[in-house]
Write a protein of this length. Sequence first.
Length: 442
Amino acid sequence: MSKGRTFRGGIHPIGHKELSATKAIKVMTPPAEVIIPLKQHVGACCKPLVKKGDIVNKGQKIGDADAFVSAPIHAPVSGVVKAIESCWHPAGGKVQAIVIENDNEERLDPSITPKGELDQLDADAIKTIVREAGIVGLGGATFPTHVKLAPPPDKRIQTLIINGCECEPYLTCDHRLMVEHPDRIIDGTRALLKALGISKAIIGIELNKPDAIEAMQRAAVGHAGIEIVPLKLKYPQGAERQLITAITGKEVPAGGLPMDIGIVVNNVGTAAAIQTAIQTGMPLIERIVTVSGEGVKEPQNLLVRVGSRCSDVLEAAGGFTGTPKQVIIGGPLTGTTQFDLSVPVTKCTSGILVFNQLKTAREPDPCIRCGRCVDVCPAFLVPTTIARYVDGGKLNEAVRWGLLNCIECGSCSYVCPANRFLVQSIKLGKQEVQAERHKKTS
Ligand code: SF4
Ligand code: SF4
């Protein structure tokens, strides 16, 4: 096997993937009640298409928006709409959500029909299927996929990159998907290529998943133009910009997008969701979630209906080993600590991690100017300086030092010997700048 490519900067955290990497995907029994947030994607929030008391079918569209940058939502179970009310979102803050009481009939919506063979679908038909199925980036970005498939006419796309890195510790949902369903990923990749009107796709997978690399290589045989590229082990290689550099050697310009250099990136989970939407007509109503950490009795990978409560998923994984100190949704470096386990699984919930010791919130010491945060920053920033400007309220200076180019990977905080809250300050600074800009334009 080749030595693998990579990008400059980054860190090598302990993976802890052995807890769940060999556990085959199990299907979780749908819960008695699901909570479907009307916003699970980048872009405009959906408006409900149902009201309290309505009977809904599994796969029925229950929320949508007119805006181009948005993605509809669908009922993951059949049942009755119990309420439309605000709920806590796992990313923080409150959002409107549709609560459905499951009638356990699994009654399919009449709209759920196979969409035909890929060979018979043209690019526009594929884009429509992807949009109507509510497919978004399942790697965590939740950018609506149909938007990525419609670049402006002046952007000439040449290469599709499929992200199979899964570089964050503990998470193994993409790994299991590649091992168990490589053909679905290849078929989804073919659909993406057809929608983009191009013929070259590269699937990047880190070298710590040899079984996934092998399975994907086997599935790609006979599909000209689809190449599997092994990558060295490094975090945050799954971040879009770092993955592009690792695979092509090219840099996305600061403030630009991958399409500026002719590239579109999608996750392996997204490709598989597209295959499902075409083959069965089923929209994005479920996803694989890694439930792990030493605080979980039976770490595993579960196929979970969107809207299932975090507490239901934890129960399906055997519950807690002790008294949990921290529950994180997502990975330990980019995820969000939860204070209420009734939050629902959304389209971007890759993991639920439970720890009996705190992973974050250590007491900070003064900066010792060691420069480690600078060495590891994959965006070539000076995190200590940016964080200092944010903390001092000098946002313009922080922007001048590249605040908005931070990809929030947390590598700087991870290596800081003084436990400085670098990524936390930088995230806050970005939010303040974006809110300020939003105020000026609205
Ligand atoms: S400054 Fe941002 S991009 Fe750089 S290491 Fe810190 S979190 Fe990552
Ligand atoms: S790693 Fe921490 S201590 Fe070292 S320069 Fe950066 S902020 Fe300062």
